[in-house]
Ligand binder design. Structure first.
Ligand SMILES: Cc1ncc(COP(=O)(O)O)c(C=O)c1O
Length: 393
């Protein structure tokens, strides 16, 4: 077709070259390595003189199809898919920074990212300053002569803080920093960090991209020169995505747009209803007018996303009772599934932290995170309401 296709169409139509079987759906290339008819072709492949696949740690047709779709959706030049979201985060740090560099990282980031930047990066001589999500002065004060990268996620997990990408992009440019965004919660369909100058964009494909809680996966996309550095790091260190997972995730991208619309619709409906629930102190959702960064969310996101959170009255004990009283929602450590999920960080993921440590990372005693699934929203809401009632006193 003469006209450029929309990214949503590309996410459905990009496909590996058809084999002699004229298949409609992409076949699964479950192979560790690829063969060569001639030594010369193999030599040229290793010398980067042709694009032949060599070994699935480097590239694989299923993985390439998934990456090409993600690049189309994020509107960027290049990408590399990894085994998990965390290997994507870690590889982006290790490939793009070196001993002596300094990282600025928003204080409210996913727990494992927090551990990497505070525990592991310093072992390799990379220091990190945590900056409060929306304190512009603190960002300026934290810049050092050796600051190399700005890393953030928005909306954050699980506090749903929204960070101003326009400000972050200008800040990164002013200080000549690599601007690295974890876009897991929004997905490229709700928010495009590249429009604000992001150099590298990361996803845990395990979440909304899969959408049915089946496989783990991660992807890093962005500027070609930076992705090449990441590719070389990953090619040698080995956090490759499996072809099977890539096949599942590529298929999932075909339905991401329609799924997300229902997830967001359900999340907004549940969040709105819970605002007047007597057992709840507050509700947070990026597209509720009461959200502290509502204006920023409206500016940079198309819809509010599939996750909402609220504070149950009665603290940690009420949170536990709430989880025990749910009849429909799943109690599990994931999000972005077709089935609605509830979690209570204070008694689970963050239970080993002291009250003060939890407060420092924004985890209040009664914080409940809900990932809105694709069920009929009233059924999900009724289950949450009856569990709230049972968690009282
Ligand atoms: C924002 C964010 N980034 C990264 C990750 C890590 O992804 P994975 O579990 O695929 O390693 C998660 C997981 O929940 C997440 O929520």
């Amino acid at each position: 077709m003469s006209q450029e296709l929309h990214p949503i169409t590309k996410a459905i139509r990009i496909q590996t070259t058809k084999t002699g079987q004229s298949e409609h759906s992409t076949p699964l290339y479950l192979t560790s390595s690829f063969t060569f008819d001639e030594a010369e072709t193999m030599r040229a492949a290793f010398a980067d003189e042709n694009d032949n696949n060599i070994y699935s740690r480097f590239s694989n047709p299923n993985v390439d199809e998934f990456v090409a779709k993600m690049c189309a959706l994020e509107d960027v030049e290049d990408g590399f898919a990894t085994s998990t979201g965390m290997s994507a985060v870690f590889s982006s740090f290790m490939a793009l920074m070196k001993s002596g560099d300094h990282l600025l990282c928003c204080s409210s980031v996913f727990g494992s990212t927090y551990t990497i930047v505070n525990k592991y990066l310093p072992r390799y001589g990379i220091t990190c300053t945590l900056i409060p999500a929306n304190d512009k002065d603190a960002w300026e004060a934290a810049v050092q002569p050796n600051t190399k990268m700005l890393f953030l996620e928005t909306p954050t997990n699980p506090q749903l803080e929204v960070i101003d990408l326009e400000h972050a992009g200008k800040f990164a440019k002013k200080h000549n920093l690599i601007f690295n965004v974890d876009n897991c919660f929004a997905t490229p369909l709700l928010q495009k960090p590249v429009e604000y100058g992001a150099d590298v964009i990361i996803h845990s494909a395990t979440k909304w991209i899969d959408g049915q809680g089946r496989v783990l996966g991660g992807v890093i996309v962005g500027r070609k020169d930076l992705i090449n550095e990441i590719y070389l790091f990953c090619r040698n260190t080995g956090p490759a995505m499996s072809p099977f997972n890539a096949w599942v995730l590529s298929k999932s991208l075909e339905t991401l747009d329609v799924r997300l619309q229902r997830h967001c619709e359900n999340a907004l409906k549940i969040a709105t209803a819970l605002q007047s629930n007597p057992n709840v102190s507050w509700v947070k959702y990026p597209f509720l007018a009461s959200h502290p960064q509502y204006d920023i969310a409206k500016k940079q996101m198309k819809l509010g996303g599939g996750v909402l959170c609220f504070e149950i009255k009665g603290g940690v004990e009420a949170g536990r009772k709430f989880l025990n009283s749910l009849e429909l929602l799943s109690v599990t450590a994931n999000l972005g599934d077709s089935r609605s999920i509830a979690s209570h960080p204070a008694s689970t993921t963050h239970s080993k932290l002291s009250d003060d440590e939890r407060a420092a990372v924004g985890i209040t005693p009664g914080l409940i995170r809900v990932s809105a699934g694709l069920e009929y929203a009233d059924d999900v809401l009724r289950d949450i309401e009856q569990a709230l009632e049972k968690s009282r006193g």
